[in-house]
Design a protein around this ligand. Structure first.
Ligand code: GEK
Length: 245
């Protein structure tokens, strides 16, 4: 398998029928390039997840990275956690992602132990947690299943623990929503994606990535019992929230 550092050209040529997006070997090979060129603020969010983990990780607790892909957020936490006796549990249901993530973790010398789990995050037991990360993952889960997941995360957190939830979002005001989409597409164009690539990726994600409004996320987080929640980062239609138990 090629190293995951190749340029993303998956949608560069015209595809008759654009299939639904899947996290397979082809995506794994270009993933770091793809996500940096597609998600405004991704590098900042990853680095700040390390910052937040340093602040909120509690001694002897578990930190979870749900939908870990190649483990960027796991590594950020691993390098910043100072509390004693913490461990990280990183979960993804893509075998190709977990396989590559395993060699990335093995090549990293940091001390915090990382357990990699190949499974649906809905099957993962979340317990004795102080930090849970859903970094652009919940958006890929059917909307009707999201409340149950957020409730289980809340229940598995220690008091004072946090959920860091990053998502692509939509806006109730149609003109503002269209503006954010246009600015996002300009960001992708400036990063070298052609109009064809942008259009084909958009249609591949259409049924797979279902964004919601920030209000819908806030409501769900409060419903689950989080004492506070709000946005700590936003660039166009990409945002990250922190919810504190
Ligand atoms: C990062 N967090 O670099 N269970 C487990 N994993 C899932 C599920 C599920 N039900 N559904 C999707 N995934 C990462 C980036 S990418 C975001 C996250 C993106 C996994 C899927 O296999 C993929 O690896 C990840 O969620 C989403 O900080 O590509 O836009």
């Amino acid at each position: 398998m090629a190293k995951p550092d190749s340029a993303d050209t998956i949608y560069a040529n015209p595809l008759g029928d654009v299939a639904d997006f899947v996290f397979d070997h082809k995506v794994v090979e270009v993933f770091p390039d793809m996500i940096k060129r597609s998600v405004p603020g991704y590098t900042t969010i990853i680095s700040m997840i390390g910052n937040l983990a340093e602040r909120y990780a509690q001694s002897g607790s578990a930190c979870y990275d749900l939908g870990c892909s190649l483990g960027a957020a796991t590594l950020a936490m691993r390098h910043r956690i100072r509390a004693a006796g913490c461990r990280i549990v990183a979960v993804d249901n893509s075998a190709a992602m977990i396989e590559q993530c395993r060699s990335i973790m093995a090549a990293d010398g940091a001390e915090v132990p990382v357990e990699l789990v190949l499974d649906d995050l809905q099957a993962a037991t979340i317990s004795d947690a102080s930090v849970v990360v859903l970094n652009f993952t919940l958006q890929f889960i059917a909307p009707e299943e999201r409340a149950g997941i957020i409730a289980r995360i809340h229940d598995g957190l220690r008091p004072g623990g946090v959920l860091i939830l990053s998502e692509k979002v939509t806006f109730g005001d149609r003109a503002h929503d269209e503006l954010m989409i246009e600015l996002h597409h300009n960001f992708k164009r400036a990063n070298g994606y052609s109009d064809l690539e942008i259009a084909q990726k958009r249609s591949a994600l259409e049924k797979v990535l279902i964004p919601e409004t920030l209000d819908a996320h806030r409501q769900r987080l409060r419903q689950a019992g989080f004492a506070s929640c709000d946005v700590w980062f936003q660039c166009f239609n990409f945002a990250s929230m922190i919810a504190i138990k």
